[in-house]
Design a binder for this molecule. Structure first.
Ligand SMILES: Nc1ncnc2c1ncn2[C@@H]1O[C@H](COP(=O)(O)OP(=O)(O)OP(=O)(O)O)[C@@H](O)[C@H]1O
Ligand SMILES: [Mg+2]
Length: 352
């Protein structure tokens, strides 16, 4: 029973500046976009990945579900940033049970946290490129207190958290269903959010390298607030285009470009590190997502510094979209911000 099976989840991406929600329907022709919406949350609601205003954020989520008329209560959410550690480790080949024990006993050396403070998960990636007796294992550790906080939040919003994913994996999940992508090309997926950036180099749907940094569009707001001695709220209003006597749009553009160039340098470093570890195999494609894509000059700086194709993700391309419900103009604006919510909505209740 495919259509009657009720195992789908609503994807809920709780970003530090925008929450996004997506619901998909499985049809005979593929995944159809059933619901999608976003809402800005007040500055200071989430600080360094921690929820500072639980009630306020739970209400924002409730309001968003109501405005999108989403009745499904089972959701998939994700964690990212500081509280998640992702490492590829190399270990000798062994049966599943033995591997499980080894990972749990050795994990501590790879994680900067006390082992009792994290939830651990892993996935075997296949044979090591260095030795046929060895295999690569992707190790993921998420801080328990952070997970507990997000579970409480989701409950407070009247919903059931069924899957806790990782932002970077959810983004990769959305990328993997995109049509026309040449999977065998080494591709760098980048998400520049408000408070963090995640980088993931993939080839044939296998991740080769992952990095998280604390870069993001908040840097622009903080820099403007510092330079012009105005509050974060005033700086944010200025960045959102509200007329301001102290800081002109030209100055905002100049500051934004400088910060976007620092993102580029950071990205180039990761690309170079990867390429030199992989016998100079080139990163051929870069696919951007997150609010950072809207910063003028970011894409051009990347193009001029790297010899890769650079494009912006449109995760809706993989879905059947009713144009009356979701007009083109909306899709263009929302596309770069939507992939994590869509990647989460693709999960099923019994997914690992
Ligand atoms: N149309 C736009 N024009 C300019 N900037 C935009 C636009 N839309 C979003 N942004 C910027 O992008 C930011 C939001 O990006 P995004 O939704 O990726 O962040 P987030 O997911 O909330 O953050 P994080 O993942 O870091 O917690 C906003 O704070 C804003 O600075
Ligand atoms: Mg985000």
């Amino acid at each position: 029973m495919i259509f009657g099976k009720k195992d789908h989840l609503v994807g809920l991406d709780i970003g530090s500046s925008f929450i996004k929600v997506a619901e998909l329907k499985v049809t005979g022709k593929g995944h159809a976009l059933s619901k999608f919406g976003m809402a800005r949350i007040a500055p200071g609601t989430i600080v360094e990945g921690r929820i500072a205003d639980m009630e306020g954020l739970a209400n924002d989520i409730k309001t968003l579900f109501k405005s999108q008329k989403i009745r499904e209560k089972n959701v998939a959410i994700s964690a990212g940033g500081h509280s998640v550690v992702i490492k590829t480790i190399n270990t000798s080949k062994r049966p599943e049970k033995a591997l499980h024990d080894t990972i749990y006993s050795e994990a501590e050396q790879y994680i900067p946290y006390d082992i009792d403070d994290v939830n651990i998960d892993y996935q075997t990636l296949g044979e090591s490129e260095f030795s046929p007796d060895q295999m690569n294992v992707l190790l993921v550790a998420v801080k328990k207190d952070l997970v507990a906080e997000y579970i409480d939040l989701v409950h407070l919003a009247g919903l059931n958290p069924r899957i806790i994913d990782v932002d970077t994996f959810a983004l990769q999940n959305a990328y993997e269903i995109l049509p026309y992508e040449s999977r065998e090309k080494i591709t760098l997926l980048i998400d520049v959010g408000a408070s963090k950036t995640s980088l993931n180099i993939v080839k044939s749907n296998v991740s080769l390298m992952m990095r998280d940094t604390v870069s993001g569009t908040n840097q622009i707001i903080e820099e403007i607030s510092d330079q012009f001695e105005i509050t974060i709220e005033e700086a944010e209003q200025a960045v959102n285009g509200e007329a301001n006597d102290i800081v002109s749009q030209g100055m905002i553009q100049e500051i934004s470009l400088k910060i976007a160039q620092s993102w580029c340098s950071e990205i180039c470093e990761v690309v170079n590190t990867y390429q030199s570890s992989a016998n100079d195999e080139k990163v051929e494609k870069i696919i951007l997502s997150g609010g950072g894509v809207f910063i003028e000059g970011f894409q051009d700086s990347l193009l001029s510094e790297l010899e890769s194709d650079v494009s912006i993700i449109n995760p809706f391309e993989a879905l059947i979209v009713n144009e009356k419900k979701f007009p083109d103009s909306f899709i263009t604006q929302a596309g770069p911000l939507a992939p994590i919510a869509i990647g989460l909505a693709l999960r099923r209740v019994d997914d690992k």
